[in-house]
Design a protein around this ligand. Structure first.
Ligand code: ARG
Length: 575
């Protein structure tokens, strides 16, 4: 028998059948017990069945227990509380799992999570900054959360298409084109594109307050652009390129990459088809003054506007064209958008209309997240939600340098620089990813760069520690592949259980679109590991114990490195 939690669950299901119950389930819940006194895993299945059969839970549990006791993998079976069945699992099981993990985590996960049967395609849109504007806090959140989701789905065997959808349309371009021609200097813009463009934009607004006719000039330029005027098209292209010249280095520093970039403008010529389709299907009906609307499912909601009375299209219209494009281009099973909760009304409306139009059979998911809140004056110099990501990253790296100096481990200057980069960028990402995205995300320098708390530096320190033990033992992770576990201390067992919990954490993170399950998993594993490390010698231990501990350490490294990757964190070699 292969050792996996999946097998344990199947075994329990089998025992239930033999005991004479029909659970009707494909899978049962098997939770890790909080403390080891009550076994390693616990299931509430007897209580569920008792309900179904109108029997006493204890009685049901007793008959299942009798079957489970025949299985050698369970060394102890106990009934607890109102009818929980707790099982203690034999050592061999853990040995096989850890050996599989150090040998190939990929193969192990595939087996444990049945990934072969799960080959699906997902399109994930994230980041989607607005051209000629600094990144807003919500763009940073979307970028980091979306990238982590892309990693999670990749690890879950999905084919992932990471899409960026820059906001490169809108009347602000007419104003900018006018402002650049009137007051701008291209060589100055090239040096600090986003700052300069923002200045010009602000200037336009200030001047327009004094002389409202400027608004008309702006509108005229935009209209010319829309009608295909060559010079305005060219200027627009420049503005897009300048903006990306500013943003790309930030993506590079964050290690963010996309498979495709299809901005709003890409959908300009694809809306007509959607409009026609909606019309012919009778979904787009006449609204006021020649506009087109879609009636809502819930009569309390307002209708959705897809074409204005002046004939122009909307954000929603473009977003419908995007769904149609994703469907035709990728045939995905799932489409995901990592976008601010402030747009949830828009997304609901969009999904409703897309379904009415039958644009796709894919599942449509808005992964929403809350606001960024800045703690105790962190970033207080910034107004509103506009942040300068470059400054945040620079400061995070600087603060990491200070932290590393304090710790003072024997690193060369180059090593310190590299570590500060990994730690600083990692801290910013982890700070976002470890929080439950549905509530507001707090930005707190102290917490983010603490060596003790739930932070990237703490986790990095933990892996670096684990790695240094293997270095001192002069072995590599996969050298431990034949080692056997003999778990005698609860510290060791906790680490083994921690390692085994990874697959579940991954599954949950994917199913709920929540990277924080991986973060919290990592934090708990790091705590178990550090307790183990502080309590037990490794290199000086007797040979059997030494083998046990080295295999555990190697498993921890393997799992942590992978989990780091899921959060977009790099792994430091030394700290
Ligand atoms: N650019 C938009 C903004 O900054 C976000 C785009 C979200 N994606 C979408 N398909 N609507 O608010």
């Amino acid at each position: 028998m292969k050792s996996s939690l999946k097998n344990l669950r199947e075994l329990i299901l089998e025992s239930i059948k033999v005991a004479g119950f029909e659970s009707g389930l494909n899978e049962i819940q098997l939770a890790q017990t909080k403390t080891l006194e009550h076994g390693h895993f616990s299931t509430n299945i007897a209580m569920l069945l008792a309900n179904k059969y109108g029997k006493r839970p204890q009685e049901v549990a007793e008959s299942i227990k009798a079957e489970l006791e025949k299985e050698s993998v369970f060394t102890k079976v106990e009934i607890a509380g109102p009818g929980f069945i707790n099982v203690l699992v034999e050592q061999n099981f853990y040995t096989t799992v850890c050996q599989a993990i150090v040998n190939s985590l990929d193969d192990y996960l595939e087996e444990e999570l049945d990934l072969e049967s799960n080959k699906k395609t997902v399109v994930i849109e994230y980041s989607s900054p607005n051209i000629a504007k600094p990144l807003g806090a919500h763009h940073l959140l979307s970028t980091i959360i979306g990238d982590s989701l892309a990693q999670l789905f990749r690890r879950y065997s999905y084919k992932v298409i990471a899409e960026n959808y820059p906001g490169d349309m809108g009347t602000q371009f007419g104003k900018l084109i006018y402002a650049i021609r009137t007051w701008g200097d291209e060589s100055t813009i090239e040096k600090e594109p986003i700052d300069e463009l923002l200045k010009l934009y602000v200037r336009f607004h200030n001047e327009a307050e004094k002389d409202p006719s400027l608004e008309d000039f702006g509108r005229t330029e935009y209209k010319k652009f829309e009608e295909g005027d060559a010079e305005n098209r060219k200027m627009w292209e420049k503005i897009v390129d300048w903006t990306f010249a500013d943003i790309q280095p930030l993506y590079d520093r964050l290690g963010i990459r996309f498979d495709a970039v299809h901005g709003e403008s890409f959908f300009e010529d694809k809306m007509e088809a959607v409009l026609k389709e909606g019309r012919s299907k009778g979904v787009f009906v006449d609204g006021e003054k020649g506009s087109w609307i879609v009636m809502p499912d819930d009569p309390k909601d307002p209708p959705a506007l897809v074409k204005k009375s002046d004939g122009t299209t909307l954000y929603l219209t473009r977003d419908l064209a995007q769904v149609e494009f994703f469907e035709k281009e990728y045939h995905p099973d799932l489409m995901v958008w990592a976008v601010d909760v402030a747009q949830s009304f828009h997304f609901n409306q969009r999904f409703q209309v897309a379904r009415k139009l039958k644009l796709t059979g894919a599942e449509l998911k808005h992964v929403e997240f809350g606001r960024m809140q800045f703690k105790d004056g962190a970033m207080s110099t910034r107004k509103g939600n506009i942040i300068k990501l470059k400054e945040v990253l620079d400061e995070a790296v600087e603060r990491s340098v200070a932290l590393i100096e304090q710790k003072g481990a024997g690193l060369s200057d180059a090593e310190k620089q590299e570590l500060a980069r990994i730690m600083g960028i990692g801290a910013v990402k982890y700070n976002i990813l470890h929080q439950n995205r549905v509530s507001n995300i707090t930005f707190d320098w102290d917490q983010m760069l603490s060596m003790e708390g739930n932070s990237a530096p703490y986790l990095m320190y933990t892996v670096a520690r684990a790695k240094s033990i293997l270095r001192k033992a002069e072995i590599k992770v996969d050298d431990t592949e034949k080692y056997e576990l003999s778990l005698n201390s609860s510290h060791e067992t906790q680490v083994a259980l921690g390692v085994i919990g990874f697959a579940e954490a991954l599954k949950r993170a994917v199913e709920e679109f929540k990277p924080n399950h991986i973060a919290n998993y990592l934090y708990h594993l790091a705590q178990s590991f550090n307790a183990f490390y502080n309590a037990l010698p490794v290199l000086k231990a007797e040979s059997k114990e030494k083998e046990t501990r080295l295999l555990l350490i190697a498993s921890v490294i393997q799992v942590m490195e992978t989990a780091f990757g899921l959060l977009g964190l790099e792994v430091p070699e030394k700290m």
